[in-house]
Write a protein that binds this ligand. Sequence first.
Ligand code: SF4
Length: 471
Amino acid sequence: MSTNGPVRPNTRKLLIRTWGCQMNVYDSGRMADILAPLGYAPTESAEEADMVILNTCHIREKASEKVFSDLGRLRLTKNERQAEGKDTIIAVAGCVAQAEGAEITARAPWVDIVLGPQTYHRLPEMVARASRAAGAVIETDFPAEDKFDHLPEARGNGGPVAFLTIQEGCDKFCSFCVVPYTRGAEFSRPAAAIIAEARQLAANGAREIALLGQNVNAWAGEAPRTVSGESPGGNTHGNTWRLARLLRELAEIPGVARLRYTTSHPRDMDDDLIAAHGEIPSLMPYLHLPVQSGSDRVLAAMNRGHKADLYLRLADRLREARPDIALTSDFIVGHPGETAKEFEDTMRLVERVGFAGAYSFKYSARPGTPAAGQPFPVPEAEKDTRLQALQALLRQQQDDFNRACVGRVVDVLVTGTGRHPGQVAGRSPWLQPVHAAGAAPVGAVVPMQLRATHPNSLSATMVLPEESAAA
Ligand code: SF4
């Protein structure tokens, strides 16, 4: 493929704008990797970019509208550059591209490439075609081939935190969600490819690796060929590994101090994965586990495939396995037909679980999803009232969680310098931003005593080795 050809010097500039989830952030990194051998170096400026990629998210209506307003501005930039004799390739990638395909070029004919999430490995070929073609190049098929086999080795950004996509797509078809239509069926990368990528990321400086997937805990990947029989910790089914087994393997990679995974589905939290939270020290005590609603009827209408009680039991079992685990979640308020009593069921579930953080949204219909056609929409004003009540409770729980951390000595992964001179910034095991006076190299894991909560972070003091031993 084209990326195997001679590497060109950095003669062109590439701007990638990313919306949405961490998987899109990861994909943007991979697109930059695949275009680097063609001479594309990153830029933040649209005016100097020879190629602009908008990596889009289709989860909320406003997100796709933002893409079209960005495209409007890019049209002007493209025209100005053209007047100076410079070409600009404009590409729309991600879930809006997948969902809307040729509609994008119908609305914005100055777009040169529309590519879905499964076709990134064909970018060099598309760029060549776009440079030659009179019309736009549109590639939104779900090709049978594995795009991961065709992407260059991930390099990471050299920072201490790296993302690694291990799974894509979703077979769950929640009533409100476009992912099964935009990202296709569940696909798990083979374990060997993931382990190789994790080793490479660690060699490039990553200390914390976050495994990504739309249904990351549904991962069921081909076992490496060299492994025979049951491995310690189990969870090897024939020739397939489940996530707990993969985590145990990744935990052995030198340099990898921390592991996380996101986003999970309650239905896929198997026994081994719950046990892994108590058994793998580098698996951080933090799990984002969306529940969406506390009402069994609403959960059924959402086609979630689980009841509220299953979620409550999972929360209990996870806390038995790892008592300090922080749980976070997603909520949708005002799904069609949600009654006041059913909303109260959600509030009761939140009170019962106690979350360290959450994302909560008003239901908004996504075209083409089953819920978009369901009767009895909840009035907007009622949705607003419910969302405010839920967010107030979740905010209070988050504040309680953060306050309860004050006084504790925890390992903080240093990710950079703080906002003020002489400060370092990092993240706690529970993903809280932490800042402290002092100096420590990026990538170091430093014991710190958490001292105070602030609106978006915690302040801390570094703990000297002798204090650490005494703590
Ligand atoms: S599990 Fe549901 S919400 Fe999550 S990606 Fe699949 S369809 Fe969407």
